[in-house]
Unconditional design. Structure first.
Length: 165
């Protein structure tokens, strides 16, 4: 008999709310340079559809930024979206303490406490977005509208993509 994997706070929260979602597991390589790009590659998904969850400090308040894994978060845009003057990413240990998830598995869903969440506007053009499921090697696919409803998210132009040289 196969052992059933336990859910995560993210999957539990979605299940409790009756949200339709899919789970996508893959064998995580601890040597991977980028958790998000690894997920996109291993799941055979376009990187623009897979989103990473970043924890930042805007002035004195922690917030969450959800951006495509093939880009970076424009911290000035995040500060403006949050109505603040300055944003900076928090240290990994701080992100883990605030969210209850380990780095590389921070989900925007089911965090220890709900933080103001800002999602890159590119998500609204997609039928399904993929975010961390709360464990390394697990992503969740769900409709952007459901992600926004479950996080009280706000769309903002946050992603900055490097231009080919």
């Amino acid at each position: 008999m196969a052992k059933k994997q336990a859910g995560t706070p993210a999957t539990a929260r979605l299940t409790e709310a009756g949200v339709v979602f899919s789970t996508h597991a893959y064998a995580h390589d601890p040597r991977a340079a980028s958790y998000g790009l690894e997920a996109a590659h291993e799941l055979g998904l376009p990187a623009a559809h897979v989103f990473k969850t970043l924890v930042a400090q805007v002035d004195d308040d922690p917030v969450v930024a959800v951006v495509p894994v093939d880009g970076t978060c424009d911290l000035k845009a995040l500060a403006a979206a949050a109505g603040g003057r300055r944003a900076q990413l928090v240290e990994p240990a701080t992100a883990q303490r605030i969210t209850g998830y380990v780095v590389g598995a921070i989900s925007p869903l089911g965090q220890r406490r709900r933080l103001r969440t800002f999602v890159d506007a590119s998500a609204r053009r997609l039928a399904v977005v993929y975010v961390s499921g709360g464990r390394r090697g697990l992503d969740i696919g769900l409709a952007p509208a459901d992600l926004m409803a479950m996080t009280d998210g706000v769309y903002a132009a946050l992603a900055r993509h490097s231009r080919p040289g």
